[in-house]
Design a protein. Sequence first.
Length: 312
Amino acid sequence: MHVEGNPRVLDGVAIAAEIKAEVAQEVAAARTKGYTPGLAVILVGEVPASQIYVRSKVKTCGELGIYSEMLTPPASSTTEELLAMVDALNKRDDIDGILIQLPLPDHVDTNQLLDAVLPEKDVDGFHPINAGRLLSGAAPNEVLAPCTPAGIIEILKRSNIPMSGQRAVVIGRSNIVGKPVASMLINESATVTICHSRTRDLATITREADILVAAIGRPGYVTPEMVRPGATIIDVGINRITTEAEVERFFPGNAKRREGFEKRGSTIVGDVDPAAFAISGAFTPVPGGVGALTIAMLMSNTVKAAKLRRKG
Ligand code: NDP
């Protein structure tokens, strides 16, 4: 039972570690069957943030025993050149997953490139075939679902938060987070409402949620008045705040946050005002919540892709 003022913190870092340990075991089992799951990451040009993400993906592959390859074509590459690169990876038997790090340079046709990845190697789960399979209610172990939504479902399942029959409200309708997480919640038998920037009377809807997912991209947008006491809050947002006023508003009296802000000139806040966490039953912190799961789910998808393609 929920005791107000005593919410559970859903620890994404611990859950990610658990998933990675399971993936490492599956990789070891695959090796005994004579194959090593393999991931290719295409990083176009030199975007510093993307370089950091890609390096940590490659590093995690190494830690779990997954074969990985990083391809770094120059920013001047044409769509045709990149399509040829994807085609070559599609044909390779040692590559189970292909990830194209976004964003791509403006002159490249991102959709054409994402659609060129074979659906069975689409470990990002962005291909229309995989999006369609998810919508059609494919079993979780038979579809490559996008990593962030898949991570959200793992957090809920592993924290024993019931989904079946629960009211879930998702704020955000992007193809990367909002829509796929809504599909996955429906597949888990939740009753789902999707809200977005045109939704009227948002707070009335969000207050009905047993599970509230915020994927908006606005710092601290969800305030306590929008939350039913005891609800589970999944905060997907990652927003960098850079002003004293924002730090004071979201983290009053929080010495650790202030120290970090003074050191770096910024700190991260989610789409939920931390004051709203205080009345929840459970919540994912930012950082250390949903974001922590993304790489673990990519690793899990790579092994899943390898198994599905080899039928075991
Ligand atoms: P998008 O910008 O693609 O989508 C944002 C959604 O929020 C849109 O559907 C938009 O509505 C809706 N929205 C915007 N303003 C409002 C408002 N005032 N009221 C209600 N709805 C609103 O973002 P993403 O889905 O890609 O990402 C969302 C957040 O999650 C971001 O903070 C991003 O950084 C973070 N993120 C975190 C990840 C992680 O690993 N933790 C991974 C991916 C994203 P409309 O469609 O009408 O414009």
